[in-house]
Structure formats: structure tokens, C-alpha cells
Design a protein around this ligand. Structure first.
Ligand SMILES: Cc1ncc(COP(=O)(O)O)c(C=O)c1O
Length: 424
């Protein structure tokens, strides 16, 4: 098969359009290299420059960045260039560089997460990652699984499906919105364990309230009972400064990259601890891959490879900003608005107050207004976009509010004014 020289190939793959914006970004960051993250978190002039590298809409105030968040302009430019380049050489790319490039993205993700690249695959999203584990385990009737009412609905559904198919038993606990301690949460999970418990699924960050859970303590407790732990890290990877070493050796970890890493839509990761790989059945067969090789879980068929390539651009942007600065700014933004309404009459915050228990995401309700009504009024009257969360089982009634790096404190001031007017 004819191959292009590395130089010719790079010329095809790397566009020049984006270079000026990358360079501008690097200059901006060089100026703050020695500013501590918590100090920088409060410097609006710096964050205004960061906002300028995102294609933010001016039609409304975007406070629903938890679903998926904007890719920065340099990442978007590179992504478009990848689409064009792949489209130019089409199957030539697919038959030559595709797999090596995907491996490189996988390697860079594994380094960020702190695992070996043969324990991680790139998926389309957290749903695919978690469902690969949930559907891939060799369930026996009577096996028990622990989860929480505050977990993501599609995953609870996936366990219900296994219950119908294999007769597994689901135990669903409910997390307090305002826990007093880590041990209160750990003991809730521990009490749900029985001799039949095989797996415990837990969110690293609860999506509807933003509550961060004590994963390391939960994993260590579960392992003492020989129970495996599947961590839903949809909102933690790219938002919180951690690696797998901080999580006590969890068995499986899943995340989406379009939420907090800033990739274009349709990228996720799944980590499976090496000794757990043989125990999973793949959804799509690939007899060329051994049972103990994680690639057996990654036979995707033909798919949009430009997204795999853009992961490297998103990582470059993410590392340039730096996870410590990112987490500090996101937590600052959330506390900037929540501190102004936490004890305000008729306003109810559904997110823990202690700084370490939350980051960008928080949830707020107004007494006497349904979450749907609140979200609608915020948008129709104030042009502020949030999402309504109204769940009796999860005990959360409010709108989820998620700022991002491109959110300004002026936008949050508008939001606080709106909340206070509506609560009056
Ligand atoms: C906690 C949690 N898990 C899983 C998902 C699913 O993510 P995706 O739609 O990217 O697969 C979400 C999406 O918001 C989530 O918040």
C-alpha cells in the first residue's frame, strides 16, 4: 500500500488556520505562569481573555454547560481541519493512520487519567462506557448491585434491563443533599451491601446537584467486602484535579470528554483495571483481539475519526489552561453566585456548602415555583439558560446551574438578580 512520508502526512493533517489563536493563548498564559490558581480564579481580566477564545453566544446567558460545553476556538478550528483532511484522503487515512492516531489520543488520555493506555478505550460518551461494563458482566440471577437515586437515569435503566434479562437485584439508596461527613455517605453504601452484592455504581460528581462524593473511601470500603466499584465520572474528568491513584483503585471509571475536557461532541473514555478486562463480554465481537486485551471492547465499526483526533487538541488546550486553574476558577464561579443566595428567603440550594463537596455545578430552587416554571421564566424573561431538575426519588427540585471557564461574574450577577426578584 502506498504511504505518504511523515512530512507530507503532517502537512495534510495540520491546518495553519488555528496557529495564530494557539499562539495567542500561549502568550496569555505565559503572563500568569506564577500566579497562584486561587488568586487567578478571581481575576476577571484574565478570564475575559480566555472567554475570547471560545465562540460564546450573545443570544442568551449559557448556564447549562453540564450537558456539553463549548470546544474552544483553536480546538474547533483543528477539528474542522481534521474533518477536511480526512475527507480529502478518505479511506487512505482509514487504512493507514487511523489506528495509530487513535492510539496516540488514547495514550494522552491515559496519561491524564493516570492509568496505562492498555487499560483505557475511547468511546462515544459516558453512556457507552458505563453500559459496556453493565451489559458486559457475566450476571447470575440473584446478583445484587448498589446504586443511588441520584445516579444518571440511563444507567439506572440499564441495570433495570439486566434485572429483567438476568434476574439481578438492584438496591437503590438515596444520598443526602447536605451530608455532614464523608463517613455518613460511605456508611449508606456499606449498609446496602449483602453477601450477594457484586457491584456498586457511584457518581464521582452527582450531575443534578454537583455534589462530589468520597470515591476513595467508598472504593476502599467496597473492596473490604469484595465488591467491585464502577465510577460514573461524567462530570469529574476535566473538571476536578485528580488521577486514578486518588480513587483507591476503582475497578472501572467512565467519563465523557465533551463535558469538561472540551472535545467536540461524541467522545468518552472507559478505564477498566487490567485484571477486570477478561471478565467483560464485548458488545461487538472481534476475534482478532484476545480476551484480556481491552481493545476487544472497542470494535466500533467505521465512525467519525476526526473526533478522536480532536481529543489531542482538546488535551493541549486543557493542559495549557491547567487543571488546577480550571478547577479553582469553576469552584470560584459557583461559590460566587451560591454565596449570594444561600441564605436568601425562599431560595433553596440543593448543593453542599463545604467547598470540597462541589465545583462548577450547583442546583437551586425557589419555594412555590416548580423547576420547569423557574427554568422557563429564567429563559423567557432574563435570557438565562439552565435546566430544570424535578425528582421526588432523588429529592432534588430546582434548576441545575453550570458555569464554565467562559462564564463571567457579570453574567452570574444577572442570574443572582433574577433569582432574588423571582424569590421576592
Ligand atoms: C452523571 C452522568 N452520567 C452519565 C451521563 C451520560 O453522559 P453522555 O450523555 O455524555 O453519555 C451524564 C450526562 O449528563 C451524567 O451527568
Amino acid at each position: 500500500m502506498p504511504t505518504l512520508s511523515k512530512r507530507q502526512f503532517l502537512k495534510t493533517l495540520v491546518g495553519t488556520a488555528a496557529l495564530s489563536t494557539w499562539a495567542g493563548l500561549e502568550d496569555t498564559l505565559a503572563n500568569v505562569a506564577y500566579v497562584p490558581s486561587v488568586t487567578l480564579a478571581q481575576q476577571e481580566d484574565f478570564w475575559a481573555k480566555i472567554r475570547a477564545v471560545y465562540p460564546v453566544t450573545t443570544d442568551f446567558i449559557q448556564l447549562e454547560n453540564g450537558y456539553y460545553s463549548l470546544a474552544a476556538q483553536p480546538v474547533l478550528d483543528s477539528y474542522m481541519q481534521h474533518i477536511r483532511n480526512v475527507n480529502t484522503v478518505s479511506s487512505y487515512y482509514m487504512r493507514t493512520r487511523q489506528f495509530a492516531d487513535k492510539r496516540e489520543s488514547q495514550k494522552q488520555l491515559a496519561t491524564l487519567l493516570g492509568c496505562s493506555s492498555d487499560e483505557l478505550i475511547i468511546t462515544r460518551n459516558t453512556t457507552e462506557s458505563l453500559d459496556t461494563v453493565i451489559a458486559g458482566l457475566n450476571w447470575k440471577a440473584g446478583d445484587e448491585v448498589i446504586m443511588a437515586a441520584q445516579d444518571y437515569g440511563a444507567m439506572l435503566d440499564m441495570f433495570r434491563l439486566q434485572a429483567r434479562r438476568y434476574g439481578i437485584v438492584t438496591q437503590t439508596l438515596s444520598l443526602p443533599n447536605h451530608p455532614n461527613s464523608d463517613s455518613e455517605i460511605v456508611s449508606l453504601y456499606e449498609k446496602a451491601i449483602t453477601p450477594k452484592t457484586r457491584l456498586l455504581m457511584v457518581c464521582h460528581m452527582v450531575n443534578i446537584t454537583g455534589q462530589i462524593l468520597p470515591i476513595r473511601q467508598i472504593v476502599e470500603m467496597a473492596h473490604r467486602h469484595s465488591v467491585d466499584v464502577l465510577v460514573d465520572g461524567a462530570h469529574a474528568f476535566g473538571q476536578l484535579n485528580f488521577t486514578l491513584a486518588d480513587l483507591g483503585g476503582c475497578d472501572y471509571y467512565a467519563s465523557s470528554l465533551h463535558k469538561w475536557l472540551g472535545t467536540p461532541l461524541g467522545a468518552g473514555l472507559l478505564y477498566v483495571r487490567r485484571d477486570k478486562i477478561p471478565g467483560l463480554w464485548p458488545m461487538f465481537a472481534d476475534s482478532s483481539v484476545a480476551d484480556d486485551d481491552i481493545r476487544k471492547l472497542n470494535h466500533t465499526g467505521t465512525h467519525p475519526v476526526a473526533t478522536d483526533l480532536a481529543i489531542q487538541d482538546a488535551i493541549r488546550f486543557h493542559k495549557a489552561i491547567g487543571i488546577e486553574r480550571k478547577e479553582a476558577r469553576l469552584r470560584y464561579l459557583q461559590r460566587y453566585w451560591t454565596n449570594q443566595v444561600r441564605h436568601y428567603p425562599n431560595i433553596v440550594l440543593n448543593t453542599p456548602e463545604m467547598p470540597a463537596r462541589s465545583c462548577a455545578i450547583a442546583n437551586v430552587g425557589i419555594i412555590g415555583k416548580s423547576p420547569a416554571e423557574l427554568a422557563k421564566t429564567l429563559f423567557d424573561t432574563y435570557k438565562i439558560f439552565t435546566v430544570a431538575i424535578d425528582s421526588d426519588p432523588a429529592n432534588v427540585h430546582g434548576v441545575r446551574v453550570t458555569p464554565h471557564l467562559y462564564t463571567t461574574t457579570a453574567e452570574l450577577d444577572s442570574f443572582v438578580r433574577a433569582l432574588k426578584e423571582l424569590a421576592a
